[in-house]
Design a protein around this ligand. Structure first.
Ligand code: PMP
Ligand code: GLN
Length: 412
């Protein structure tokens, strides 16, 4: 293989999605809802294909379907507090993955360093490497809050440690809020600290905000692009898969200043060229509809979080019952849980892997409950910090969570 692919052939999703297919376990692993999106969303796709003229089934504008970039701009004008130029400041991609890939390939030069905060969505690391860059990792540290219930807010960025990661080679930092897998929602002071360093060292911020609408209690999603001096250096990334509960539609977007975004466009036009038109048409309709009710409780951006909060609380209760120690997430739809109290015999598993990998494989095969190992979201050197946690996905039907509860209750 070419050198740029060395060491990145193994992939957590390939491995653990297959394990679920093989075992038919109750699936709290890979992140996706097991229920329908709002009715108007699926109907919109059918209607787009059948009733909005034959051209909706043909190629559309490469950097984004005109109706979609217009609709996205209207929504994000409000979120970002500025007037976007839809043609130059929005790029539609194949999922948030596509946005991340175009960002790395479009902005990172050979030898550049990219700072990645751990835990991180796993693809950041191989994407930096494929672009010829070097990932530089900084783990969130766990503070003792004095409470015996862990919260994602107990994980923090150490200011001195973060500052020490910025060098003359740093090109970019990736920030993911709300975070996958932890559920941390960065507070304004934390984002300001990151922003100050980006400005001081002339660094670009790739802000992965795919869970932007899923925050709980008092946690507020803050967009780093809205901090003073940050619009000019931030690419904000979103996903229709997360926003409308249609992960299989694989549509995402990058928003940023045109002098940066044009390089993402160059990558996109030469590998994807254009995303599926009916999907873009349907997502455009979705944004138009939600924009018109954006301040009401019915707006799906709010309604989904309302639906998820009791599932989160239920998940935490179920896990606590048997001795898992959950980390209550402030956002997103995942929950980490500590597994040290779970006494299991893992001698049947290949010893040559992190503890959490062994635990998840054992549990999937022997208990019929699938999850994802937390150390998949850490660099090789830092996996020991991570391997006593596993990740549960709770955007599931209550009946699915009840099946998981039964498995867990029968554990002993
Ligand atoms: N970023 C994060 C943090 C994610 O959890 C996901 C989930 N798949 C993605 C990016 C990719 O999103 P998409 O499915 O839209 O490519
Ligand atoms: N974002 C989802 C998760 O974290 C799916 C990732 C994937 O399948 N590559 O589970």
């Amino acid at each position: 293989p070419p050198k740029r692919l060395e060491g990145i052939d193994k992939n957590v999703w390939v491995e653990f999605v297959q394990l679920v297919l093989d075992t038919k376990a109750v699936n709290l692993g890979q992140g996706f809802p097991d229920f329908f999106p709002p009715d108007y969303v699926t109907k919109g796709l059918v209607d787009a294909a059948q009733n909005s003229g034959p051209l909706t089934n043909q190629y559309t504008r490469g950097f984004g379907h005109p109706r979609l970039i217009a609709a996205i701009s209207k929504v994000y004008n409000k979120f970002l507090g500025r007037e976007l130029d839809p043609a130059k400041e929005v790029l539609i991609t194949v999922g948030a993955y596509g946005s991340l890939f175009c960002s790395m390939m479009g902005l990172v030069e050979h030898g550049d360093e990219v700072i990645i905060i751990e835990p991180y969505f796993d693809c950041y690391e191989p994407m930096v490497k494929m672009a010829g860059g070097t990932p530089v990792f900084i783990p969130l540290r766990l503070r003792d809050s004095g409470s015996n219930v862990l919260s994602s807010a107990d994980f923090y960025l150490d200011p001195a440690e973060l500052a020490s990661k910025f060098t003359s080679k740093t090109k970019a930092i990736v920030v993911n809020t709300p975070n996958n897998p932890l559920g941390k929602v960065y507070r304004r002071e934390e984002l300001q600290m990151i922003a100050d360093l980006c400005i001081k060292h002339d660094v670009v911020c790739l802000s992965d905000e795919v869970y932007e609408h899923m925050t709980y209690n008092d946690a507020e999603h803050i967009r780093i692009a809205t901090l003073p001096g940050m619009w000019e250096r931030t690419i904000t990334i979103g996903s229709a898969g997360k926003t409308f509960s249609v992960t299989g539609w694989k549509l995402g977007w990058s928003i940023g200043p045109s002098y940066l975004l044009k390089h993402l466009q160059t990558v996109h036009q030469n590998c994807i060229y254009t995303c599926p038109t009916p999907i873009q048409e349907a997502v455009a309709r979705g944004f138009e509809l939600e924009f018109n009710r954006i301040n009401s409780e019915e707006c799906y951006f709010k309604a989904l979080a309302e639906e998820l909060k009791p599932k989160r609380d239920n998940m935490a209760r179920i896990l606590t019952e048997v001795g898992f120690k959950p980390v209550i997430p402030e956002g997103g739809y995942f929950m980490l849980a500590e597994i040290s109290n779970m006494k299991v015999d893992l001698s049947s598993e290949d010893p040559d892997q992190p503890y959490d990998y062994k635990f998840v494989k054992w549990m999937t095969k022997n208990k019929g409950l699938a999850t994802i190992p937390n150390s998949a979201f850490y660099s090789a050197d830092h996996k020991p910090l991570a391997e006593k946690f596993i990740r549960f996905c709770f955007i599931k039907e209550d009946s699915t969570l009840a099946q998981a509860e039964k498995i867990i209750k029968d554990w002993k």
